[in-house]
Ligand binder design. Structure first.
Ligand SMILES: Cc1ncc(COP(=O)(O)O)c(C=O)c1O
Length: 388
């Protein structure tokens, strides 16, 4: 049966993250869930209220493919507030999640057999979505020098071929928490201009930055004619992972193209979800600030506890909400992920799920309840201690 399908669909890889998640679910035991990329708080009431008001008002019909004009304007205002740039509402296309934003950007720039450079470790969905499209992710491993992660422009240069169409840049990074500084973003932009590549800038964790109001962004450097597609989501900033709503920010000249791509996929995001997204953007700044502050404390809590074991390699993440740590004695982290569920009662993601460069590491989400983080690190500390 499988062989009757398109190979790209039939052999799309199973996500290593979902594998551990499913093992934890199947165990039937209470497991501390640090595996998925989400916090423990439900979406704030003022956002839910906007959605239910919309439904009650009868907004149940087909809607704008590109997004409600009010939402696109709210996105423009949000970017003015946080990035101090005048970006017209026409830049913004509302999508059914950050994942769909990624998918549509791939559809727009990379066809069958074409290549996209992906620094790894990276969130696996990007490379897998490229593969499903018949395009090819070209992994460019980042280096971990026992203290910090680094991306080398020469390694990107070496990976260029005549088929290279785009560069994927995820900063702050899931899973490593690495953040590109302004100099590196500048160097990446020059590199993309030189080779006439698109940049797909995944800045979904931009606000989760622990040494300033937000991480450096391509918005700080971009010229009007730069070929940059930004993908983003409501999932992380406003605790809306289950809603599935995101956005693309693209040069306004591409509006019609993206409208068509939305039309031929989901045909738009439900109006009530878009009303919720407007409330999140217009009234959600203090909620985001509180979430980031909570994650900052969570980061320090897990890093302090695990560093104290003396058995763990890590860089204290500068952004996003994951700790990517290495355990010297456990090279097979898929097996380790399963053992930690069974023996410690904690679910985390295996590093090899994030591509070359991730082997030997585990990813822990620290956007979680601090009591859970304490129980998880206590459990890990005892598990790692010699049993004499
Ligand atoms: C780096 C990155 N990009 C995009 C997304 C997509 O977010 P969503 O599909 O929940 O909107 C995620 C989710 O984990 C992510 O980590």
């Amino acid at each position: 049966m499988l062989s009757a399908l398109r190979a790209e669909a039939a052999f799309a890889p199973e996500s290593g993250i979902i594998r551990v998640m499913n093992h934890a679910r199947a165990s039937g035991k209470p497991i501390i869930p640090l595996v998925a990329g989400e916090g423990h708080q439900p979406t704030p009431q003022f956002i839910c209220q906007a959605a239910s008001d919309s439904l009650r008002a009868g907004e149940t019909f087909y809607t704008y493919q590109k997004g409600l004009p009010e939402l696109r304007q709210a996105l423009s205002d949000y970017h003015k507030r946080h990035f101090d740039r005048d970006l017209v509402a026409d830049r913004f296309i509302v999508t059914g999640s950050g994942m769909q934003a990624i998918q549509l950007c791939i559809q727009a720039v990379a066809g069958a057999g074409e290549e996209v450079l992906v620094p790894t470790p990276a969130w696996p969905n990007f490379a897998a979505a490229l593969g499903v499209m018949g395009a090819k992710p070209v992994s460019v491993p980042m280096q971990f020098d026992s203290q910090s992660w680094a991306l080398d422009i020469d390694a990107l240069e070496a990976a260029i071929t005549p088929k290279t169409r785009a560069l994927f840049v995820n900063s702050p990074c899931n899973p490593t928490g690495w953040v590109a500084d302004a100099d590196l973003l500048n160097a990446l932009l020059k590199f993309a201009r030189k080779h006439d590549l698109w940049i797909i800038a995944d800045e979904v964790y931009n606000r989760f930055f622990y040494s300033g109001a937000r991480a450096p962004s391509f918005y700080d450097l971009m010229e009007a004619d730069d070929k940059i597609l930004f993908v983003n989501t409501f999932s992380k900033n406003w605790a809306m992972t289950g809603w599935r709503v995101g956005w693309i920010s693209a040069p306004p000249a591409l509006q019609q193209v993206f409208e068509n791509l939305v039309q031929y996929s989901t045909s738009g995001v439900a109006a009530f979800m878009q009303r919720a997204a407007i409330a999140a953007l217009n009234d959600g700044d203090s909620f985001v600030d509180a979430q980031v502050a909570y994650c900052h404390k969570g980061r320090d809590l897990v890093c302090d506890a695990l560093e104290a074991t003396g058995k763990i390699r890590l860089e204290r993440p500068r952004g996003a909400f994951y700790l990517f740590f290495g355990l010297n004695d456990f090279p097979d982290t898929m097996e380790l992920g399963i053992r930690l569920v069974d023996e410690v009662g904690v679910a985390m993601s295996p590093g090899e799920a994030f591509g070359p460069g991730g082997a030997g590491f585990m990813r822990m989400c620290f956007a979680r309840d601090h009591d859970d983080l304490i129980s998880a690190t206590d459990g890990m500390t005892s598990w790692l201690a010699p049993s004499d």
